[in-house]
Design a protein around this ligand. Structure first.
Ligand code: AMP
Length: 414
């Protein structure tokens, strides 16, 4: 089935075709019809499967049609998300898909001045995409009213739980009109999430994508055993061998992010970092450079990169393995988005083998090993441009030192 064959408005079809979306992805195929019928939906779909459009297409179609008959102002659809980047990204999809429909969408998040946001909110927004904190601030100041909401969407609900937003979600639900549609999207599922989901949705249509393999089938992912201290040389090699590819590198902490950045700088590889210590503007700036391909390597921590969609990321590198096994799925899901193919490789140090086992247990299968034979391993170390660590450079330096060293003169005894 193609989008052309759907009973959705001509404008949306045109917008989809502009984006190059011809056929629905799995999640879109399964979600669009029940959402259009007004059903509640509980969907388990990993990132990169096209889930944003899976809810945006039917929501835009329904609201655009209603807008022609019902002219009452007020926010009609509320999308709650865990991070600012995700809010922006979803708003971008809504904006692109709702061109020429008269619907207005807006993303709201903390960490920036609120005056401009308040003025935008007064311009009759139809679809609000928001992180919980700033929304509550503005509700309490009387700038946001939720009494016209017809559709509530929770995206990355599992991550919302991890970040402790459960009370916020329940509070929002209480403020909504009793009759509304709820769409609940999560990348992973466990007892806690199920409990939350069933407290929010009514007789939902349940949709699960690839239940046995949480990693998208478009991603070729593997593990390579590399000593902690040698990881940077392998990253350097990957970057040098793939100069045109975008590489997203995941590290455990902000300090590690800056350290890897410096290591790359020493070998003349341009990269940028994104983590919680960076100002919001800086984060957007860095993301934009990477998205446009002006910088090919982005070094990120888990929190800062959750849910973000960057087109054409060819490689994801787990420079450090994630402490939380679920995060493996989120990280490798940054590549192979939509219908693209992607590669993910985890650099596993000796001390990370236990974490790797936990990840494999979570996935329910072993991760394929990319074997590096001894010779290849040492060649990689030899090839580094990092003169502090380049064995060849050291040997050469040593040779020159010995050559230039003057023979010691024996001091004559008087
Ligand atoms: P998401 O899971 O919503 O973050 O989407 C992942 C990526 O898939 C995005 O880059 C979308 O542009 C792309 N995408 C979504 N739906 C389609 C489709 N039907 N055809 C091709 N690409 C798509």
């Amino acid at each position: 089935m193609r989008f052309e064959d759907y009973h959705i408005s001509y404008e949306i079809k045109k917008n989809l075709s502009k984006l190059g979306f011809i056929k629905p992805t799995d999640i879109q195929f399964k979600s669009i019809p029940p959402i259009l019928k007004g059903e509640d939906v509980l969907a388990i779909a990993q990132t990169g499967t096209g889930k944003t459009a899976a809810f945006a297409i039917p929501v835009i179609d329904m609201l655009a049609k209603r807008k022609n008959t019902d002219r009452k102002d007020g926010i009609k659809c509320l999308v709650m998300v865990p991070t600012r980047e995700l809010a922006q990204q979803i708003a971008d999809v809504f904006e692109k898909l709702s061109k020429h429909t008269r619907l207005k969408s807006y993303s709201l998040f903390g960490g920036v001045e609120q005056d401009a946001q308040i003025s935008r909110l007064s311009e009759s927004i139809d679809i609000l995409i928001t992180t919980p904190g700033r929304m509550f601030d503005l509700i309490s100041q009387g700038h946001i009213r939720l009494d016209r909401i017809e559709i509530l969407i929770l995206d990355e609900a599992d991550h919302m739980l991890d970040l402790g937003f459960i009370k916020d979600i329940i509070d929002v639900k209480r403020k909504l009109p009793s009759k509304h549609q709820t769409l609940f999207f999560s990348a992973t599922i466990n007892e806690k999430i199920k409990k939350l989901a069933y407290s929010l949705v009514k007789n939902p249509i349940r949709i699960q994508i690839s239940p046995n393999d949480p990693v998208s089938k478009n991603v070729n992912h593997s593990v390579a055993y590399i000593k902690m201290d040698d990881k940077r040389f392998f990253l350097e090699r990957l970057a040098n061998e793939n100069p045109e590819s975008k590489i997203l590198v995941f590290v455990r902490t902000k300090v590690r992010a800056e350290r890897v950045f410096k290591a790359m700088e020493r070998v003349n590889i341009k990269s940028v970092t994104i983590h919680g210590d960076k100002e919001q503007d800086d984060r957007f700036d860095v993301m934009s450079q990477f998205k446009k391909g002006e910088v090919k390597m982005l070094i990120a921590t888990d929190i800062s990169a959750r849910g973000i969609d960057i087109p054409n990321v060819e490689y994801v590198v787990n420079y450090d393995l994630p402490d939380v096994p679920e995060n493996y799925v989120h990280r490798v899901g940054r590549t192979g988005r939509g219908k693209e193919k992607g590669f993910a490789v985890s650099f596993c140090g000796e001390e990370e083998k236990l974490v790797l086992k936990e990840i494999e247990d979570f996935l329910g299968k072993e991760i394929t090993e990319t074997k590096i034979d001894k010779e290849d391993y040492h060649t990689t170390l030899d090839l580094t441009e990092d003169t502090d660590n380049n064995w060849k450079a050291l040997l050469k330096q040593n040779e020159e030192f010995l050559k230039n060293k003057k023979k010691p003169r024996l001091s004559k005894k008087k």
